[in-house]
Design a protein around this ligand. Structure first.
Ligand code: AMP
Ligand code: TRP
Length: 329
């Protein structure tokens, strides 16, 4: 079987170190092993209200962020979801075999709809059918994501199997790929919830566009646990374990070595060194994002090429799907 890796991020608000450590960082490694497609999922973004001009800007900023994080357009196809219309067509078809009860079980839908109250569009509900379409359209075999997306991936697998059963073998049933540590980075101001782009306070996250001063300030203000010990145990020390995970991903130092290194030193020294390590990791990315943003012509060429490659694959697959389902003449 030919391997293919597919993943995506919504162009909303900022890209934070949770997105980087949980997702994009591993994508950059993946592209040396497999053919990869990395999508900017703007159709998913509009499942909650977006300002049109800001959304457009976010699309370009996310494309720049992909490149700045090391995604290489020579190895990977980087493209905008809305520029390949087959995504929406397949989402519609898959929506017809996705059960309402299955969608009602999705925690992301439950969380987001509770926050929005009455103001919930149907798109937020059927969001997983569009995500399944993104993945199945390209015969994807591997989907590297953070932990919060596993439930959507499981539904994608169910829908793929159901379609195959009903209409004949058409889709590959993809596997998810989640890292051992870092698949769920928690909020700096509240380590009981995941770090989130839509958090109320910007103290919740460190964005890849944050200045060195902001990074230091946010780490200094980050919540800690009460016992003052630097040791990894997410259950009893959720705050420090989260900071240790960031440290580990920024430097490669193991949790055991971090504990030994900071024994008896307290949180002050640990936080200063963590901030330095994060600045060293983020600063080059931030500078590259600015570089790519300042050259929209080159960025446009990369997105055009990504779209054309994606479109060719998507068109071929949709011909088969329409035929299997009996659409058209
Ligand atoms: P989103 O921001 O929802 O578009 O998510 C983009 C990618 O980042 C997905 O693969 C998510 O699973 C991942 N992700 C989002 N938040 C976190 C987090 N706090 N920790 C780890 N991964 C995350
Ligand atoms: N729903 C994903 C998220 O919020 C983004 C996404 C859309 C995605 N389509 C995808 C991720 C396909 C992986 C594969 O993070």
């Amino acid at each position: 079987m030919k391997e293919l890796c597919f993943s995506g991020i919504q162009p909303t608000n900022v890209v934070h170190i949770g997105n980087y450590i949980g997702a994009v960082k591993q994508w950059a490694d993946m592209q040396h092993r497999y053919p990869c497609m990395f999508c900017i999922v703007d159709l998913h973004a509009i499942t909650v209200p977006q300002d049109p001009a800001t959304l457009r800007q976010n699309n370009l900023r996310l494309a720049s962020t992909y490149l700045a994080c090391g995604l290489d357009p020579k190895r990977s196809h980087i493209f905008l979801q809305s520029e390949v219309a087959e995504h929406t067509e397949l989402a519609w078809i898959l929506g017809t075999i996705t059960k309402i009860a299955e969608l009602e079980r999705m925690t992301q839908f439950k969380d987001k709809s509770i926050k929005r109250g009455e103001n919930v569009g149907v798109g937020l509900f059927t969001y997983p059918a569009l995500m399944a379409a993104d993945i199945l359209l390209y015969d994807t075999t591997i989907v590297p994501v953070g932990e919060d997306q596993l439930q959507h991936l499981e539904l994608t697998r169910t829908v793929a199997r159901r379609f195959n059963q009903q209409f004949g073998e058409t889709f590959i049933v993809p596997k998810s790929l989640v890292q051992e540590t870092g698949a769920r980075i928690m909020g700096l101001d509240d380590p009981t919830g995941k770090m989130s782009k839509s958090a109320k306070s910007s103290l919740n996250y460190i964005a890849l566009t944050d200045s060195d001063e902001d990074i230091l300030k946010k780490i200094k203000k980050a919540v800690t646990d009460s016992d003052g010990i630097i040791a990894y145990d997410p259950l009893t020390r959720p705050a420090v374990s989260n900071l240790m995970t960031l440290f580990h991903h920024a430097t490669g130092i193991t949790m055991k070595d971090l504990t030994a290194q900071y024994e008896g030193k307290g949180y002050g020294a640990f936080k200063q060194d963590l901030a330095d390590a994060l600045i060293a990791m983020i600063k080059p990315i931030r500078e590259k994002i600015e570089h790519y943003m300042s050259d929209p012509a080159s960025l446009g060429k990369i997105l055009d090429a990504g779209r054309d490659e994606a479109k060719a694959l998507a068109e071929a697959k949709m011909k088969i799907v329409r035929e299997r389902v009996g659409l058209g003449r």
